[in-house]
Design a protein around this ligand. Structure first.
Ligand SMILES: *[C@@H]1O[C@H](CO)[C@@H](O)[C@H](O)[C@H]1NC(C)=O
Ligand SMILES: *[C@@H]1O[C@H](CO)[C@@H](O)[C@H](O)[C@H]1NC(C)=O
Ligand SMILES: *[C@@H]1O[C@H](CO)[C@@H](O)[C@H](O)[C@H]1NC(C)=O
Ligand SMILES: *[C@@H]1O[C@H](CO)[C@@H](O)[C@H](O)[C@H]1NC(C)=O
Ligand SMILES: *[C@@H]1O[C@H](CO)[C@@H](O)[C@H](O)[C@H]1NC(C)=O
Ligand SMILES: *[C@@H]1O[C@H](CO)[C@@H](O)[C@H](O)[C@H]1NC(C)=O
Length: 745
């Protein structure tokens, strides 16, 4: 199976995590729907008044209050401000009517006013892995890398966050551990704060950075968890759990709660994290907005040398579903690993069927009577009709008929109905080939319709039908890696000619630390407690990239965020378009490559002024830019700056159907490897296109030296999308950038 040797190479950790697992399918419980409704009705009136990034002049709550009084009336005071942002940028959050918000938007110094929207976590469901984690290796070297994790908080007692072997926090750290009861930071978790401007705490929320959900703990341990040997979920996924940079410190910014994550809180956390001195911000959540506002904060973070690593979103496999696409942030898709979990169902006639689920229950091959839910409706219940009983909805089943049996249901649910009816297990039918595996509060497997029909016919044709559900097992998936169906695809909805997502990292069935108070099945009746869990989502992919980014930064402390993005992308392992729908729109440059990323040879660097030019090309005015950047940045007058001038380490060209193509991309690479060195350009042009690189040889005599080249694409497209890559090769490094030409849609 899957045990890692005690070596601490970053590769082993990444591999290991890659081999842990979980599922991703949207189970929407009625309870969640109720919560969503509460949050909508109460929060939708909060607005954020954004006044740009910090300049020399002082902005105070006093100023904000007087602006507020001008708009709303003199009766309103400073206590009405949900937040005054003043550490890294200016602005405040406050409740306004739509009319007041419009009036506020017209006031001097206001860049934009927008509603406080909700963002979602990028995992739709999680499981838990249990194992008794036992520490083997302890970090022996101190590390100064600090990863800021914006999520649901953390479970500080997890072995993944033990601080044995860590010295005091690095001196650059300016943050703190919020004064709290029952939560202590240590030399691993060096800072922790929570944000809840609307005070909408509901049952289950813990008013501290403590994680009652599990998601934040999972993500933090993927990015920076210690080495923990013998981690598993009841033996499932057994191996060593380890973060991308186990020696990194973690700063916790808890911004997500039972009711979601609000923009106002996210911005407050950005404000703090920038001032606190984190190196990398890892943020595994997103919404559907195309608003660049929060990205304005990310631009600001970028100017302070902080890379923001984000998850691409879980709305795939359709195209143009990305929720993260700003060129100054890293957008990470979710790939699979070569460990695949499966759960078998065995019938009394010895026929076996293979389903997906994370099933740690061990029925010890004991057989149980099996019944179809549609044959067991609770006739006295309001929803006890046949159509509900088929799908085993809550209260739809007759306990007398179902108790102690395995129940076959149409479609996948969270298992609550079956559990309430006293079922011994459940077999659900309706799985598609790309369905993710989830945990349930009782023994469960999710099967295809075809297998379900076979089981039904067995039930229908046998006098005493029986079955058992085996514990989840793993096998090698030789088809891996490919991009998960749920992973959001490009093209970039905001800038067609910037390729997004940037790259992929493991995000399917990932084993990592968990909050023991959070049920892995997400069903509140489920009382099992686990310290490790297997879940899936681009949420899990993002911290893999964050950990690797921190690793690169620890080698190259002066590298800009763009240089780190370039190193991650140009060293990525190419992926197979045949296996992942959307090709580059699914995986960008490919799967992250921990062995190569810290030594890319060449980088495509980007300075703040380049992003300014990019924004000018996107139609931002000088006034808006200055507010965002806090300096005298100007849009170059009369210039036709375009998105193509951004020195991005990939090439994307969207064209109108049937137009012939003739386009030049100019790029500049910086030598960060040995010198002297000579790189030769390699491109294989797809049919119908000619791709030329000029010059096609670049010689470097010193480290830090820059050379420019032009890449020209000409010809016509014979399909909707073609792709290839440019590789600069010096015999040692292969600096690879994807090239994508596609018809705009
Ligand atoms: C949501 O709340 C509103 C009133 O606040 C109510 O009218 C509506 O029926 C609720 N919707 C659901 C799905 O509960
Ligand atoms: C601290 O929090 C944990 C998790 O909620 C709980 O199990 C424990 O009892 C708490 N301890 C105290 C002293 O409140
Ligand atoms: C259950 O059956 C499988 C074969 O179907 C066998 O390999 C396994 O050892 C059995 N487990 C137990 C606990 O009997
Ligand atoms: C039918 O459902 C009701 C709740 O609606 C429940 O009280 C009752 O026990 C159920 N009866 C059986 C036989 O499951
Ligand atoms: C169940 O079995 C009966 C005969 O025993 C058959 O007529 C019926 O079509 C079967 N139902 C299904 C759905 O297979
Ligand atoms: C791009 O490069 C070509 C050839 O090196 C040069 O003529 C052209 O001016 C450059 N374009 C821009 C926008 O810098």
């Amino acid at each position: 199976m899957f045990t890692m040797a005690g070596k601490t190479s970053i590769l082993s950790m990444l591999l290991l995590l890659c081999f842990a697992s979980t599922l991703l399918i949207g189970h929407s419980t009625s309870q969640n729907d109720k919560k969503a409704n509460i949050s909508l009705s109460l929060i939708s009136y909060a607005y954020i008044v954004y006044m740009g990034n910090k300049r020399d002049e002082v902005s105070t709550s006093f100023l904000y209050t007087s602006m507020l009084q001008d708009v709303v009336g003199s009766h309103i005071g400073a206590e009405s401000l949900l937040y005054s942002y003043k550490r890294s940028f200016h602005g405040f959050a406050v409740e306004l009517t739509e009319q007041e918000a419009q009036k506020m938007a017209g006031m001097d110094g206001v860049v934009s006013v927008f509603p406080n929207q909700k963002k979602e976590l990028h995992t739709t469901r999680s499981w838990d892995f249990l194992g008794l984690p036992k520490q083997v290796d302890k970090p022996t070297t101190e590390s100064d890398a600090i990863i800021g994790v914006f999520d649901t908080g953390i479970w500080p007692e997890s072995a993944s966050f033990n601080d044995k072997g860590f010295g005091p926090p690095p001196s650059k750290w300016k943050g703190k551990c919020q004064a709290l009861t029952n939560f202590t930071c240590n030399n691993k978790i060096i800072g922790a704060k929570y944000y809840r401007s609307d005070k909408l705490f509901v049952e289950g929320d813990i008013k501290s950075p403590r994680d009652s959900d599990g998601h934040g703990t999972h993500v933090a341990s993927i990015a920076a968890g210690n080495l923990v040997s013998a981690a598993s979920l009841e033996g499932i996924g057994f191996g060593t759990a380890r973060g991308g940079l186990p020696s990194a410190r973690i700063a916790v910014y808890k911004i997500c709660w039972s009711l979601g994550c609000n923009d106002a809180d996210i911005l407050a956390a950005f404000d703090d994290a920038i001032a606190d001195g984190v190196d990398i911000i890892s943020i595994s959540l997103g919404g559907s907005s195309k608003n660049y506002f929060t990205d304005a904060i990310a631009i600001h973070a970028m100017r302070k040398g902080i890379l923001t690593s984000t998850s691409a979103g879980n709305r795939g496999p359709d195209l143009a579903t990305l929720s993260s696409f700003a060129p100054w942030s890293l957008s990470v898709a979710a790939s699979t690993t070569d460990r695949k979990f499966f759960t078998e169902v065995q019938l009394g006639n010895n026929k076996k069927f293979e389903g997906v689920s994370i099933n740690p229950f061990d029925l010890k091959n004991g057989t149980y009577p099996i019944i179809y839910g549609g044959d067991a409706p609770n006739k006295t219940s309001e929803i006890g009709s046949l159509s509900y009983a088929r799908t085993c909805n809550d209260d739809s089943l007759d306990k007398n008929l179902v108790k102690g049996k395995i129940v076959l249901c149409d479609g996948e649910n969270d298992g609550t109905g079956q559990l309430l009816a006293g079922a011994a297990g459940t077999v659900m039918q309706g799985r598609r080939p790309d369905s993710s595996a989830f945990a349930f509060p009782l023994p469960a497997a999710f099967l295809s319709l075809e297998d379900g029909a076979n089981i039904y016919s067995y039930i229908n044709s046998t006098s005493n039908p029986t079955a058992t559900i085996l514990k989840t097992n793993a096998r090698k998936d030789t088809f891996a890696p490919y991009i998960a169906a749920f992973s959001s695809r490009g093209p970039n909805p905001a800038a067609n000619n910037i390729l997004k997502p940037d790259l992929a990292a493991p995000g399917v069935d990932i084993l990592a630390a968990w909050s023991p108070i959070s049920p892995i099945s997400e069903v509140s009746l489920d009382e099992r407690k686990f310290s490790y869990n297997i879940i899936s989502g681009t949420s899990m992919a993002c911290p893999h990239a964050s950990g690797l980014a921190a690793y690169i930064k620890s080698f190259h402390p002066t590298w800009s965020p763009a240089a780190i993005i370039s190193a991650l992308k140009t060293t990525a392992v190419p992926m197979d378009a045949e296996k992942s729908s959307g090709a580059e729109f699914a995986y960008g440059a490919g799967n992250i490559n921990p062995l190569k990323a810290s030594n890319p040879g060449l980088i495509y660097d980007i300075d703040a002024p380049d992003y300014i030019n990019f924004l000018c090309g996107q139609g931002y005015s000088t006034k808006l830019l200055q507010s965002v950047t806090g300096d005298n940045s100007r849009c170059p007058e009369g210039s036709d700056r375009t998105v193509f001038d951004l020195n991005y380490p990939s090439f994307a060209l969207s064209i109108q159907p049937s137009n012939s193509i003739s386009h030049v991309f100019n790029r500049t690479v910086t030598n960060v490897g040995t010198s002297p060195s000579t790189y030769k350009a390699n491109v294989i042009a797809p049919t119908g296109l000619s791709i030329k690189v000029n010059p096609s040889v670049l010689s470097f005599t010193s480290s830090g030296q820059k050379q420019s080249f032009a890449l020209t694409i000409e010809g016509t497209l014979d399909k909707q999308m073609v792709s290839t890559s440019l590789i600069w090769d010096d015999g040692t490094n292969k600096v690879r950038s994807p090239i994508v030409v596609y018809e705009a849609f």
